[in-house]
Design a binder for this molecule. Structure first.
Ligand SMILES: Cc1ncc(COP(=O)(O)O)c(C=O)c1O
Length: 364
């Protein structure tokens, strides 16, 4: 249709992980283990749910457009001013606002191949030229990214740790990269898995740097277990935040999402439990993969990517798991056609995964 611009016609829509309901129906299976979307296997914090149930009777009211209480709480927790904090419908909601706020005519973007697909979809939808830089050993090649900066470059996107590879950029790499990025270029540092990686000594927590041209994005979708609520937050210089606030949808996130996130921030016990479970189970799953000679990418997040020898092997393994009630993520959409990504689940869920993939290799 001529109403639709060419770059939109050419877009491939975002393909999320399969839902539990769709797999139940298709394969007529009652019990499904979903290890496909890097969600918190322990679910949401009970405190968050209690807080939400209290405010549902106020659902006829619009949300607080300024997100005051949640922004204040985040500002206090991270020792910044409220004017440095933005909220959105997930961190992807903020990414979308970033595109609409800062990009103009000839602006270009730079990111990496095989990185977070959500950013790729938004970059392609923006209609701007994006330079996708190949990774080196499944890691961002920051040197190559810096070398690609030209006078039209406006946004550089880096996910740290990255999804789907689970690798991270180090403090030294980040320092030397930033010394090559001009102030007129905005660096979007997506730290959706920050809480899983923050204990690593050479992991650069971007909140310590406070560059005026860096936006840090974080989310309640992962470690906080609130993916269904859609709450993301970002930190940046107040000038950037002030302009983003003009462009974002006024009432995102919803009232219940704001309330859930406020309560989740106070539930440190749930946070600690989630991180401890992931740590323990990551070791167990990786040991299993090693013992069974799988080729996988060591990860500092809450998922691990297995690399197969061919597309055929990948499809066969992922279909076998699916038919046996285990949903994993085929990474063809991420540009890794020979890989699947497995979210680290609860002990019992990982057990099912290991048992089923053992059956699969046993049948080969
Ligand atoms: C690197 C990365 N950034 C952002 C997101 C999306 O987060 P949100 O649910 O806050 O939009 C994800 C989700 O998978 C992700 O892996």
């Amino acid at each position: 249709m001529s109403l639709v611009p060419k770059h939109i016609k050419q877009l491939s829509p975002y393909k999320p992980g399969k839902t539990i309901e769709s797999v139940k129906r298709k394969y007529n299976i009652k019990h499904i283990v979903k290890l496909a979307s890097n969600e918190n296997p322990l679910g949401p914090s009970k405190k968050a749910l209690d807080a939400v149930s209290d405010i549902l009777f106020n659902s006829h009211r619009y949300p607080d457009a300024s997100g005051l209480i949640l922004r204040e709480k985040l500002a206090n927790s991270f020792d910044v001013k409220i004017d440095n904090v933005i909220l959105g419908s997930g961190s992807e909601g903020i990414m979308s606002s970033i595109m609409r706020t800062f990009l103009k005519e000839k602006d270009e973007l730079i990111s990496s191949e095989n990185s977070f697909i959500g950013f790729r979809v938004l970059a392609n939808a923006s209609g701007k030229k994006t330079n996708w830089i190949p990774k080196k050993s499944f890691r961002y090649d920051l040197k190559a990214i810096a070398e690609k900066i030209n006078r039209n470059t406006k946004i550089i996107y880096i996910a740290n740790p990255d999804n789907p590879t689970g690798t991270y950029i180090t403090k030294d790499e980040f320092d030397s990269f930033m010394s090559n990025v001009p102030d007129r270029v905005l660096v979007v540092l997506d730290e959706a898995y920050f809480e899983y990686a923050n204990h690593i000594e050479d992991y650069p927590d971007s909140m310590f740097y406070r560059y005026d041209n860096v936006i840090t994005l974080r989310t309640f979708s992962k470690v906080y277990g609130l993916a269904g609520f859609r709450v993301g937050y970002g930190f940046a210089h107040q000038d950037l935040i002030g302009n983003l606030m003009k462009v974002k949808l006024p009432f995102e996130p919803s009232s219940s999402s704001q309330v859930a996130a406020i309560a989740a921030l106070d539930d440190l016990n749930h946070l600690d439990k989630t991180i401890a479970l992931n740590k323990k189970e990551m070791i167990r799953v990786c040991q299993f993969l090693k013992d069974n000679k799988f080729n996988f990418i060591p990860s500092v997040a809450n998922f691990v990517t297995i690399v197969f020898n061919s597309r055929n092997d990948t499809v066969n393994a992922s279909n076998f798991l699916l038919k046996n009630g285990v949903i994993v993520r085929d990474l063809i959409g991420f540009g890794l056609p020979c890989s699947i990504r497995i979210t680290i689940g609860k002990e019992s869920e990982n057990e099912v995964f290991m048992q089923k993939i053992s059956e699969y290799i046993g049948n080969l």
